[in-house]
Write a protein that binds this ligand. Structure first.
Ligand SMILES: CC(C)(COP(=O)(O)OP(=O)(O)OC[C@H]1O[C@@H](n2cnc3c(N)ncnc32)[C@H](O)[C@@H]1OP(=O)(O)O)[C@@H](O)C(=O)NCCC(=O)NCCS
Length: 180
């Protein structure tokens, strides 16, 4: 099967695109490792990993495939999260990785629809974010994931390397940093 024709778009004012946000949400819940009953816990989970990046001021990139709409997204922030009160709920920034977030301040969360993985779309989203973060003056960028997860190989091929590990919520996580 040949890869789909895909274009990347940055949503500078995400609230103006409710139909695209709905598609981002669908991918977010499809890839979430947990399921939730409707309620405060579910809302807090979405807010932590997606919602807060959609209000403007952060980076929102979508991959659009012809005839399929949004098939993947990347959300991220450009400045050091361990120095920002709005990320205080994610303890690993300040408690485990603060020395590294100064060197690799931009951070990202990326997810693709299952039918569109392993076709290079994720790597294209990472390169678009890298260019965006570099333009904004970030010295580096990072992602945090579970140690030994399949996506670690993806980040390494995108130029990241493992800089540190920690235990968070009872599981081993790794900090993957790339200089810009
Ligand atoms: C990780 C992900 C963004 C990569 O995007 P992609 O377009 O599939 O990536 P590319 O085609 O550029 O590279 C393929 C690599 O992606 C990763 N990947 C592919 N499918 C994956 C999956 N179901 N779960 C985790 N990683 C996956 C693998 O590292 C793969 O390389 P491999 O086949 O040698 O293992 C995408 O696969 C995805 O959304 N996976 C599920 C959610 C996820 O892991 N998000 C990152 C959270 S930190």
């Amino acid at each position: 099967m040949s890869p789909p024709t895909c274009r990347l778009l940055e949503l500078e004012a995400p609230w103006r695109h409710p139909e695209l946000i709905a598609q981002i949400d669908a991918i977010f819940w499809q890839t979430a490792a947990r399921t939730f009953a409707p309620g405060a816990e579910r809302d807090a989970f979405r807010e932590r990993w997606l919602g807060r990046y959609l209000r403007g001021g952060d980076v929102v990139l979508v991959a659009l495939a012809e005839g399929a709409g949004v098939v993947g997204y990347l959300v991220g922030a450009l400045t050091n999260p361990s120095a920002e009160a709005r990320f205080a709920d994610i303890a690993y920034f300040a408690e485990d990785f603060a020395a590294l977030t100064w060197r690799f301040p931009a951070h990202l969360h990326i997810n693709l629809d299952a039918g569109f993985r392993s076709q290079g779309i994720g790597a294209a989203l990472i390169e678009a974010f890298a260019a965006r973060a570099k333009r904004a003056g970030a010295a580096g960028m990072h992602a945090v994931t579970g140690k030994g997860q399949r996506n670690v190989g993806f980040y390494v091929r995108c130029g990241f390397s493992e800089r540190a590990a920690a235990i968070w919520n009872g599981r081993e996580i790794v900090f993957l940093g790339r200089e810009l």
